[in-house]
Design a protein around this ligand. Sequence first.
Ligand code: SF4
Length: 198
Amino acid sequence: MNIEKTIENLEKRGFQVARFKTRQEAADYLVESIKGTTVGIGGSVTVEQLDVYDRLCENNTVFWQWRNHNPETIMSAAKARVYITSANAVAETGEIINIDGRGNRVASTLHDKDAVYIVIGTNKIEESFDAAMWRAKNVAAPKNAQRLKKKTPCAVKGDKCYDCNSPERICRGLVVLWKRMLGVSKIEVVIVEEDLGL
Ligand code: SF4
């Protein structure tokens, strides 16, 4: 895994990048950078591990369904000016990949935002676009299905995607960010040199 190459290619694609040694440093950076606005947070183990929700609430109005689970929170998070989430995988060639079931998490990275922060541990970085796609499908998605206790074949072992036809299938859409979306003023990838998320 080559962090320098990843950063160079992300920046070539119009993404901003911040890099930190620890999740604590990344959390401090987010708290310092985001003030006086509305913030939506996507379902993200990585963001949970940063432990920033309470600190962001001190200076912002924050909507996160993992703290307040109702449909209104999800709607408000989608309308927030700033959005924080992670990615299922990032390629060293600069593509950012997310698979989603409901769609609110990926939709909120695509338009009408002042800033989108995508926080990733270095475990999410893969050498090529194909390897990153493989990771999103065969590592992140099965682990997420396990976490959510879904009745899907991948959740039994968490080993790979079976391209299931389960009613509880969590993989219903795929978004690849090739470049900063025109409807988002800033997309910043926050790289933490630790293993984070699934
Ligand atoms: S498509 Fe089905 S089997 Fe594959 S990862 Fe998603 S939920 Fe699991």
